[in-house]
Design a protein around this ligand. Structure first.
Ligand code: MCA
Ligand code: AMP
Length: 503
């Protein structure tokens, strides 16, 4: 094939007048119309003299045009690099510099702020707004709706997704065409997606979950999506009767359960509810079943690996577990220190190998070597065990990570900022349980001798520099941080002490 990713996800729908995107106002975009839009965009990108392998960094709202830009990058052989719309200019600077992006696409509203950065990086800057307007589409509309896909192989890069590191520096996970295709095609099989499916899509499209798991599965199966700009409870309840399936983070499910309009009747016709990106509490699983009769199918994945495990479609979907390794994924549980495989049932580091596992971190050979073994096993940083029936349980994290509403927050990044503030000697950021977001960050500070840190000023500083979802929900001054005999801060003790702050 000339371009496996384009051919197998997009090209297969050429000329089809079948629905692909149902918009909340009732408009329907067919596969053919979507592909026309993508081809016009691909012509535009090539007109900017971008070449296969170049990176296209996008920080844009979710829209059909934004999704068509992903298709256009596949078609033109460009590496798609989507960025969280919540990132501040400060945060974006690193991603754009580090990736060496040749093109940056942003909202009109951010153009002025990003222009100096793009200029410094010699990157072109174009705009695409939530309503489809902006310089990119203006030019695309004058282009031909046909484009010969760039020749690519399955080993060529399709996307970069940045994932933060425990040292506070983000790493660009390099995902190949094979990584994306193998996972999408496996998930279509195990979750039984068909052309009849209508997926209720309320996730953002700048992360693996909304972009690859949800969109690629629908593309590979020929189904369609109710494409919502974001998770809006009213829209989700209104449109669920037209859907067959939904994918969401646990917050979607707790919010649905928190609304009396979400009844068993409303969900009765649904074929499948899937949850991932963060642990789904067994209690949520059970309440959902009591309310609707449906057992949510929980699965487990990562940016670096796409999906690794899934509860079964047929058979028991076991609450509090993430099911079994996917058919083409090998998994083992190892001793975190020695790397030796542990006996079945013991808790250890989850490692995975398969066609889904990424190619490494962009220009970070040491970090790649530290996490991706030579034999192909990737060290996930998640601690788990396999029970006597083969179900995988994730019991904790070997990495210091907070997941708020499905978005990852690396405490180290917040601690570096807090440590720098006047009057702060040191800090520790922990995740504490939160009823809506699952976990939320709390900053614990120790003052310099004789100083009284200005918590309002510190909070304002964090708010100015960091994306909204990373803002500490609370700052608390402590006399000292608990440490073990090695001098390491005992975050477990802090998490236990502040566990009831918001519940
Ligand atoms: C929004 N806010 C948040 C979050 N989202 N704060 C903390 N955590 C969040 N996740 C901010 C908003 O900017 C807002 O700020 C305030 O919190 C309350 O907003 P609200 O309207 O309640 O939030 P929302 O806009 O409804 O968003 C909540 C959400 C959303 C629907 C849960 O965060 C979401 O769609 N999450 C999905 C994330 C996701 O796709 N993760 C997949 C990663 P203000 O009050 O100032 O306006 S991929 C992955 O993890 C792997 C690979 C996997 O396995 O899938
Ligand atoms: P990300 O870096 O955004 O890809 O986040 C991946 C991390 O999310 C994993 O390493 C896990 O810690 C977590 N995760 C994803 N799905 C689940 C799940 N079903 N249960 C528990 N943790 C999960």
């Amino acid at each position: 094939m000339a371009n496996p990713l384009y051919d197998r996800l997009f090209g297969i729908h050429a000329g089809k007048d079948t629905p692909f995107l149902h918009l909340p106002d009732g408009e329907v975009i067919t596969h053919a119309a979507f592909l026309d839009m993508a081809a016009r965009l691909a012509n535009t990108l090539v007109g900017y003299e971008l070449e296969p392998g170049d990176r296209v960094a996008v920080q844009i709202e979710k829209s059909p045009e934004a999704l068509a830009l992903y298709a256009a990058c596949a078609q033109a052989g460009l590496v798609f690099l989507p960025l969280n719309t919540a990132y501040t200019v400060n945060e974006l600077t690193y991603f754009i510099e580090n990736s060496g992006a040749s093109l940056v696409v942003c909202d009109d509203a951010n153009q002025t702020a990003l222009a100096p950065l793009a200029k410094m990086q010699e990157a072109r800057l174009e705009t695409l707004n939530a309503d489809g307007s902006g310089s990119l589409m203006r030019r695309a509309l004058g282009m031909l709706p046909a484009f010969e896909p760039a020749r690519r192989t399955e080993d060529d890069l399709a996307a970069f997704l940045y994932t933060s590191g425990t040292t506070g520096r983000s790493k660009g996970a390099m995902l190949s065409q094979a990584n994306l295709l193998s996972n999408a095609e496996t998930l279509v099989q195990v979750w039984r997606f068909t052309a009849e499916d209508v997926l209720l899509h309320a996730l953002p499209i700048f992360h693996t979950h909304g972009l690859f798991v949800a969109t690629n599965v629908v593309l590979a199966s020929g189904g369609s999506m109710i494409f919502l700009p974001k998770f809006d409870l009213n829209d989700v309840l209104r449109l669920m009767p037209q859907a067959t399936s939904m994918m969401g983070v646990p917050t979607f499910y707790t919010r649905l359960l928190g609304d009396d309009r979400f009844t068993g009747d409303l969900a009765q016709h649904m074929r499948l509810f899937i949850s991932g990106s963060a642990p789904l509490l067994a209690e949520t699983h059970e309440r959902f079943e009591t309310r609707t009769g449906h057992r949510i199918l929980e699965r487990y994945g990562m940016t670096e690996t796409n999906m690794n495990t899934s509860n079964p479609y047929d058979g028991e979907r076991r609450a509090g577990t993430v099911g079994f390794p996917l058919p083409d994924v090998e998994m083992k549980v190892t001793d975190p220190d020695s790397g030796e495989t542990l006996p079945q049932g013991e808790i250890g580091m989850i490692e995975v190998r398969g066609p889904n596992v990424f190619q490494g971190y962009w220009q970070m050979p040491e970090k790649t070597a530290a996490e991706l073994r030579e034999d192909g096993f990737f060290i996930t940083g998640d601690l788990g065990r396999v029970d006597e029936d083969g179900y995988v349980h994730i019991v904790g994290r070997g990495k210091d990570l907070i997941i708020s509403g499905g978005f990852n927050i690396y405490p180290k990044e917040l601690e570096m900022l807090l440590d720098d503030q006047p009057g702060v000697l040191e800090s520790a950021v922990i995740g504490v349980p939160h009823p809506d977001f699952g976990e939320t960050p709390v900053g614990l500070l120790v003052a310099e001798p004789g100083a009284t840190p200005d918590l309002d000023a510190i909070m304002a500083r964090a708010q100015a520099e960091l994306a909204r979802f990373k803002h500490p929900r609370k700052l608390i001054v402590l006399d000292e941080l608990p440490r073990n005999t090695m001098g390491k801060v005992q975050k477990n003790a802090l998490r236990a002490r502040f566990a009831d702050l918001f519940t």
